[in-house]
Design a protein around this ligand. Sequence first.
Ligand code: R5P
Length: 272
Amino acid sequence: MDWGMRNRIARMFPARSGNTVMLAVDHGYFMGPTRHLENAAATIGPLIPHCDALALTRGVLRTSVPAGAPIPIVLRVSGGVTILQEDLSHETLTTPMHEAVRLNACAVALSVFVGSPHEHETLASLGKLVSEGEEAGIPVMAITAVGKELEKRDARYLALACRVSAELGAHLVKTYYCDGFAKVVEACPVPLVVAGGPKLDSEEAALQLAHSAIAEGAHGVDMGRNIWQSPHPVPMLKALRAIVHDRATVLEALGIFHGEKEAIAARTAAPA
Ligand code: R5P
C-alpha cells in the first residue's frame, strides 16, 4: 500500500485506538430530507469537532461543510434510486474518482447489494472503483446494504457480503451489527465499521450496539440516525468516542452522555 493510501486510512482511524467514529450524513441521497437532516449544515456543523470522519455525498459536502473543516471526508459515490422504488439495489456509480480527488476525499464509499436483483452491477462497480482507488491512492469502503429487507441482517448473510466485498478489493467494509457478529469479523480480512440503522428506542441501546460491535472486533462505527436524531447529539458522540477509542463500558459511556447533557443544559441556563 502506497503512502497516500496509508495516510488517508491513518487520518480516518486515529492512532489513539486505531478505531474510528465516522458520522454518517449521507441518507439524503436516497431518502431525501431525513428527519433532523433537513438542514444538513445546521446538523453537521456542531458535530464535526467530535467525530473522526464525515460520510456524505458531494452535494452535501459542497453546500454544507466549510472547506476549512479539518475532517477527513468519506465520499459516497453510488446512488441512482430513491425510497419511492421497491427495489433499492438499482444503484450505479454517480461520482467519478477524479471528482473524489478534486474534493480531497480520504475515502470513497459505495453500496453493494449482495443477493438483490442488481447484485452483479453493484459488485462490478465495486471492482471498478477499487481499481481506480488503487490508482489514485484513495481507499474504498464497501457498504453491505440490505435495502428494505432488514431481516437480511444475520451473520450468515453479512459474513458473505463482507467477505465478497473484501475479496473484490474493498479496503474497508461498513456493515450492520448482528447476533454472531464475531463470525462476520473473523471472515473479513479488512477493517469493519458498523452502521447504527434506524433510530433505536434509547441512547443506551445505541451505545450497547456500538459496545458489542467493538468488543467483537469492529474498528469503529459509521453511525447517523442514532446520533443526530437524538435530542443530544454531542453528548451521544462523546459517549460513543469513549466506547470506540477508550473501550469504556456501556455504563461508563452512559455516565459521559448524561454528564455532557447536564453540562450543556447548565451552560444554556447560565445568565450572560
Ligand atoms: C445509508 O443511508 C447509509 O449507508 C448510512 O450511512 C448508514 O446506514 C449509516 O447510518 P445509520 O447509522 O443512520 O444507519
